[in-house]
Design a protein around this ligand. Structure first.
Ligand code: CAA
Length: 282
């Protein structure tokens, strides 16, 4: 019997990275997006990403072709009907994710429905599904091909079998699964994003320039990139949305988003993806 495909919903940065590590590890993938042009871009980026590995001698040309042949793209959600696991990596909008999970749970009886959400409640997402015990968080980190962590988030309703399957899948992708409870921001973003927010306060108060903040944390705390470079990589809109989830979820003023961060998002300065954030990108 041929291997059942893994579905990926959303062909943005995270969806592309997840699809890349899946095909690289030999899994057939169905990548879904509403926009055809985004799927074309995703295929091109996967080709480039795998091509880099060939250049470095980490992947043969034959293995690259075999990996790309595992990628199927579609604008029809129905096409994911035969997937064993579906990993949702759509934009971080609660109403959109809830609709997707509702639709997916009607579409397939047996598939595990995993969300790459960076901070939303898995228990709530599971609540809109017909078989909530199949719903789980599978949170990857950007850049997905490089970073080894997958947070595995258990909703109140998630079964042990679902968690075990997702932990196994993470291992098959060469990642390390770390179990985390369904608490706002989970573990990494609850620590990382308030640090970024505090870095924005430093800049807002004129206490340090973005370059100074970044250099300080790289040289003084051995971070691979400074917090504001990281904000630009993650996307300032995503950072703001995570702060809002933390603030609402905990009701604690220590999670108030920095006004400068909010202004930058309002101005469309979203980081690398818009060419300008705390730093300028050509
Ligand atoms: N895709 C694939 N590979 C990539 C890549 C990408 N986008 N970016 C870098 N790489 C690879 C490079 O090819 C290189 O590979 P080799 O070692 O095999 O040559 C390796 O990663 C290191 O890259 P570079 O030498 O170009 O640059 P670097 O050493 O400065 O590393 C970095 C770049 C990996 C991004 C590193 O700075 C880093 O790890 N930064 C922190 C990133 C981080 O914290 N991410 C988490 C964000 S939070 C999140 O994602 C969760 C959320 O919900 C918001």
């Amino acid at each position: 019997m041929s291997q059942q495909p893994i579905g990926v919903v959303g062909a943005g940065t995270m969806g592309q990275g997840i699809a890349q590590v899946l095909v690289q590890s030999g899994f057939p993938v169905k990548l879904y997006d509403v926009a055809d042009e985004q799927l074309t871009r995703a295929r091109g980026n996967l080709d480039k990403g795998l091509g880099k590995l060939v250049t470095k001698g980490k992947l043969s040309e034959t293995d690259k072709d075999a990996a790309l042949a595992q990628l199927d793209t579609t604008t029809a959600l129905d096409a994911l009907r035969d997937c064993e696991v579906i990993i949702e990596a759509a934009p971080e909008q609660p109403a959109l994710k809830e609709k997707l999970f509702r639709d997916l749970s009607h579409l397939t009886h047996d598939a595990i429905l995993a969300s790459n959400t960076s901070s939303l409640s898995l228990t709530r997402l599971a609540g809109v599904c017909e078989r909530p015990e199949r719903v789980v968080g599978m949170h990857f980190f950007n850049p997905v091909p490089v970073l080894k962590l997958v947070e595995v988030i258990r909703a109140e309703q998630t079964s042990d079998a679902t968690v075990a399957r997702i932990e196994q899948l993470a291992t098959d992708l060469g990642k390390t699964a770390v179990p985390v409870g369904d608490s706002p921001g989970f573990a990494v973003n609850r620590l990382l994003v308030p640090m970024i927010n505090e870095a924005a306060f430093l800049v807002q108060e004129g206490a340090a320039t973005p370059d100074a903040v970044d250099q300080a944390m790289k040289l003084g705390a051995a971070h691979p990139m400074g917090p504001l470079q990281l904000a630009d990589l993650i996307g300032l809109d995503v950072c703001l949305a995570i702060m809002e989830v933390l603030q609402e979820g905990f009701g604690d003023p220590k999670y108030r988003p920095c006004p400068l961060l909010r202004r930058m998002v309002d101005a469309g300065y979203l980081g690398r993806k818009s060419g300008r954030g705390f730093h300028i990108y050509e």
